[in-house]
Design a binder for this molecule. Structure first.
Ligand SMILES: Cc1cc2nc3c(=O)[nH]c(=O)nc-3n(C[C@H](O)[C@H](O)[C@H](O)COP(=O)(O)OP(=O)(O)OC[C@H]3O[C@@H](n4cnc5c(N)ncnc54)[C@H](O)[C@@H]3O)c2cc1C
Length: 487
């Protein structure tokens, strides 16, 4: 008899795990509370415009290749992947830096800003490339059970890089504040301040400058469509509009999940929903972590997001645009140290229709704007409107054009929506940060310590936030399940 596995949620990690488990012959059923699959990577369509609701940067294409390769497939079996050239633009107060699609082009741009900086850049990226290889091939594929997983001959030689920060490393090599911000940007994906992120994580700089920025034609949701098609082809049963309200436990074993008051029996339960929320589905005595535990963790930021349809083509922009014309440090303090609405926020704007005509009607632009903010802060319509005005005015000034009168519609998404839509702890956008004290075996565990057959996957457990880590998380948890619950 095949073992029956219930999977809660349908984000990248849940979909990834479902594919690996179904391939191993388990009977897998997925329950998603929302009406569509994909978790934080859902799609919003309006009046001919297509928006990715969450992730928009396709980095680390090798991880996606490995995922589909594990099933004898290629990404090109499902979607067309284009390398963006240039990768992105960064707007500072008095200058724009363009990040090209090759290290040579990026070196030229660094030289333009700070003569002589291409030499330390090449050295920095070489080291980052080695770290990438170690991280992806040796460290990240471990289940986060023991501290010894981190000890490999390669990491042992680089212990200092776990105790220095990316911020000090970058500042030792570069003096120009704009280049410093450019090199500190990639680790923001890990959810913490660069001054709180180990320098070993410079592998994110290799992901950025070495591997490049890609775009699946049609948007990031194409990956979700590909993964759910793969999952269904392997026999996974996917149920949307199916919120799990309770995980029932008897004698330290999860025996069933409850959906709309109906009890469904399973041999193993795996949750890809936010970790904190999943624990609230258990009676108190079966939870591993207290409210104090979560309260004391560093969470990745939440975000104020706007999805905007423009009735004209915009000028002076690229597919990805960072607006770093205000103080990086001050904004980071307002997220992590003294949580409040930022005085002068940095923001990110994404216009996929610049490179992909399928994302907007003719002569129109699809715009996605993101302001990172502290999780758990007040979220009102007035605040959203106030911040929309702030960033639109700055956007007009920095890109030298009027756009406010060209808005056909705008929708927003913020802390309250993250909580309502995803049961996200304090409305975090992308999970728990990867700081030194929240790395690998120090993160919430893939396997419950209190319930024998209950497992977790996703951005709050190992390896951490982001789409590629979520794919890996699904693989890691499926290996643990295979080990402990043989079919
Ligand atoms: C705005 C934004 C921008 C981002 N940008 C990028 C980017 O550019 N590149 C990148 O790599 N990463 C990015 N990320 C991070 C990335 O999207 C996430 O790390 C990843 O999608 C998390 O996947 P996950 O598997 O952990 O789960 P999630 O996507 O959180 O999925 C969890 C699912 O569980 C469901 N669920 C919750 N409770 C229940 C329940 N009780 N019953 C049933 N279902 C339930 C939820 O509805 C959800 O569908 C971004 C995230 C956000 C929010």
């Amino acid at each position: 008899m095949k073992k029956h596995i219930a999977i809660i949620g349908s984000g990248f990690s849940a979909l990834s795990a479902s594919c690996y488990l179904a391939k191993e012959g388990y009977d897998v059923t997925m329950f998603e509370k929302n009406s569509t699959v994909g978790g934080r990577c859902r799609q919003f369509k309006k009046e001919g415009f297509t928006f990715d609701i969450g992730p928009s940067w396709y980095w680390m294409p090798d991880i996606f290749d490995k995922f589909f390769g594990d099933f004898g497939k290629k990404t090109s079996d499902y979607y067309q992947l284009d390398k963006l050239s240039p990768a992105y633009k960064i707007f500072f107060k008095d200058e724009v830096i363009t990040i090209g699609d090759t290290l040579e082009k990026i070196c030229d741009e660094f030289e333009r800003i700070e003569p002589g900086s291409s030499k330390p850049l090449k050295k920095f990226i070489n080291k980052a490339a080695t770290n990438y290889d170690i991280a992806i091939n040796k460290v990240v594929l471990k289940p986060g059970i023991s501290p010894f997983e981190l000890v490999t001959p390669e990491t042992a030689m680089r212990v200092d890089q776990f105790f220095k920060t990316i911020s000090s490393d970058v500042r030792r090599n570069f003096k120009n504040p704009k280049l410093i911000s450019t090199l500190e940007f990639p680790v923001l994906f890990l959810g913490a301040k660069p001054s709180n992120t180990p320098s070993f994580y410079s592998f994110m700089n290799y992901a950025d400058f070495g591997l490049g920025t890609w775009h699946p034609k049609g948007g990031m949701y194409e990956i979700i469509k590909a993964m759910s098609a793969l999952a269904e082809s392997l026999g996974v049963k996917i149920h949307t509009n199916s919120p799990v309200d309770k995980i029932n436990v008897e004698q330290k074993n999860a025996i069933s999940v409850e959906i709309h008051g109906e009890e469904k029996i399973f041999d193993v339960v795996l949750s890809g929903a936010d970790y904190h929320h999943t624990e609230t589905l258990l009676d108190q005595k079966h939870r591993q972590y207290s409210e104090d535990y979560w309260e004391n963790k560093t969470f990745a930021p939440s975000s104020l997001l706007f999805y905007v349809g423009f009735d004209k083509k915009l000028k002076n922009i690229q597919h990805h645009n960072l607006f770093f014309d205000t103080n990086f440090e001050t904004h980071a303090e307002e997220i992590y140290d003294d949580p409040k609405w930022p005085e002068d926020p940095l923001f990110y704007a994404n216009f996929p229709s610049v490179t992909d005509e399928t994302m907007a009607p003719d002569n129109s632009e699809t715009g996605f704007f993101l302001i990172p903010i502290a999780p758990g802060i007040e979220d009102t319509d007035e605040l959203r409107a106030q911040y929309f005005d702030i960033i639109m005015s700055r956007f007009e000034k920095l890109t030298k054009q009027n756009v406010k009168n060209n808005i056909i519609f705008k929708e927003s998404f913020c802390v309250k929506d993250f909580i309502k839509e995803y049961n996200s702890y304090k409305g975090n956008a992308y999970g728990m940060a990867n700081t030194l004290s929240q790395t690998a075996f120090l993160r919430p565990k893939l396997k419950s310590k209190k319930v024998n057959n209950l497992y977790f996957t996703g951005q709050l457990t190992v390896p951490g936030p982001g789409v590629p880590p979520s794919l890996i998380s699904g693989k890691l948890v499926s290996e643990l399940i295979k080990k402990h619950h043989k079919n």
